[in-house]
Design a protein around this ligand. Structure first.
Ligand SMILES: Cc1cc2nc3c(=O)[nH]c(=O)nc-3n(C[C@H](O)[C@H](O)[C@H](O)COP(=O)(O)O)c2cc1C
Length: 387
């Protein structure tokens, strides 16, 4: 087994192990992928201030997110189809997260169902919903998440309609994979993945098949998905969803200070500054570049989290130092999951935690809660280069 010291190591193993269709599904952005690329490369523009001769003993990365205590301010982002990256993927990722002491967010578009993940874990997880048209289905989804003891609801607000990812169309992405000459040739090279997949029954969208009206078998899912998303979503509708959940609500997918201000009116407990990992509006600025403006607009009124582009603990630290109270990682944990299942997700969390802790120490800080803009050197026009 190779020595894993960084997230990139997990990505290399992941690429070898998982069918191309699912690797491409994760490792792609919409259209030209400019936003996908800049989500990560913009972190590199930010530099850190080295401080010395500061007592670095007794450090802590412990953090509160939406009033809940965690080992570090990093949550696993909702990622659809984790159960195709590794058999029973959502259960494996949720277990790694609970052992590490960080939140796992289950996607509506998961393979393992809410009930299934709840029955294989002991701590509450977060549940993510898309803003769908069907009130009945949505209410039942909320009730199922409540029954499963989910401790926060993440409402994704940046996917009323879907951005286009060329590779998914070209690969004919589906769960389980459709057998075509190209996919059969590729699957033949992914034997360990296939053998694991043959041993599980969880191969369809567990939250939807058998629950949404008219979706009793996986073949009708395609037409349901095309119809289910609500292009007429507005703030009133978001407010309505908020009123259906009596616990913490996190609005995910805010990238503009004006939208961040609107989020205050609907009574959200937190927002996630996010462009969906560069999978929606290609050409949008990166999350980290938008964060300073959003902090200035609402940072003292609501808990602000950030995702999109995080591949290291240094990236997490930069977001925290600009003011985020929490972060989410998507691909960084998916690489681990695809590479080595639960152990791979644990490894991804360990890597990020170690990088965060060491970087914090070398910046002369002992507590993630004390990180601030004084730890950073930002290019003068970082937040205003495009106006
Ligand atoms: C393969 C994949 C599937 C995703 N599925 C969902 C989803 O079902 N719901 C959602 O709110 N976000 C989804 N996202 C977006 C993530 O929650 C998160 O915003 C994004 O991955 C953050 O960027 P990063 O991957 O660079 O960390 C998905 C992202 C990826 C890469």
């Amino acid at each position: 087994m190779p020595v894993i010291t960084e997230i990139e190591d997990l990505k290399r193993i992941y690429k070898r192990r998982v069918p191309k269709m699912f690797y491409d599904y994760a490792e792609t952005g919409s259209w030209t992928e400019q936003t996908f690329r800049e989500n990560s490369s913009d972190f590199d523009e930010i530099r850190l201030r080295q401080r010395i001769a500061v007592d670095m003993a007794g450090r802590t990365t412990a953090a509160k997110m939406v009033g809940q205590d965690y080992a570090m301010p990093v949550a696993l982002a909702p990622v659809g189809l984790c159960g195709m990256q590794a058999a029973d993927g959502e259960i494996k990722a949720a277990r790694a997260a609970e052992k590490f002491g960080v939140p796992f967010t289950l996607s509506t578009m998961s393979i393992c169902s809410i009930e299934d993940v709840a029955s294989h874990t002991t701590k509450p997880f977060w549940f993510q919903v898309y803003t769908l048209k069907d009130d009945d289905f949505m209410k039942r989804l909320f009730a199922r998440a409540k029954d499963a003891n989910c401790s926060a609801l993440v409402i994704t607000v940046d996917l009323q309609i879907m951005g286009q990812r060329h590779k998914d169309l070209k690969n004919g992405l589906s769960a389980p994979p459709k057998l075509t000459p190209a996919s059969i040739l590729n699957l033949a090279t992914k034997v360990p993945w296939g053998l694991e997949m043959l041993q599980t029954k969880r191969r369809f969208f567990g939250n939807i098949v058998g629950h949404a009206k008219g979706v009793t078998d996986p073949t009708s899912l395609g037409s349901w998905t095309a119809e289910a998303f609500d292009p007429s979503l507005d703030w009133e509708r978001i407010k309505q969803f908020r009123s259906w959940w009596d616990g913490p609500v996190i609005l995910k997918g805010i990238l503009d200070p004006e939208d961040a201000k609107r989020a205050l009116d609907v009574g959200a407990d937190a927002i996630v500054v996010s462009n969906h990992g560069g999978r929606q509006l290609d050409g949008a600025l990166s999350s980290i570049r938008m964060l300073p403006q959003i902090m200035d607009a609402v940072g003292d009124k609501i808990e602000v989290h950030l995702d999109s582009g995080i591949r290291s603990g240094q990236d997490v630290l930069k977001a925290l130092a600009i003011g985020a109270r929490g972060t989410m990682i998507g691909r960084a944990f998916v690489y681990g999951l695809g590479a080595m299942g639960e152990a791979g997700v644990t490894r991804a969390l360990q890597v990020i935690h170690k990088e965060l802790d060491t970087t914090m120490a070398l910046c002369g800080e002992r507590d993630v809660a004390k990180l601030g803009r004084h730890n950073l050197l930002l290019p003068e026009n970082f937040a205003t280069r495009w106006s």
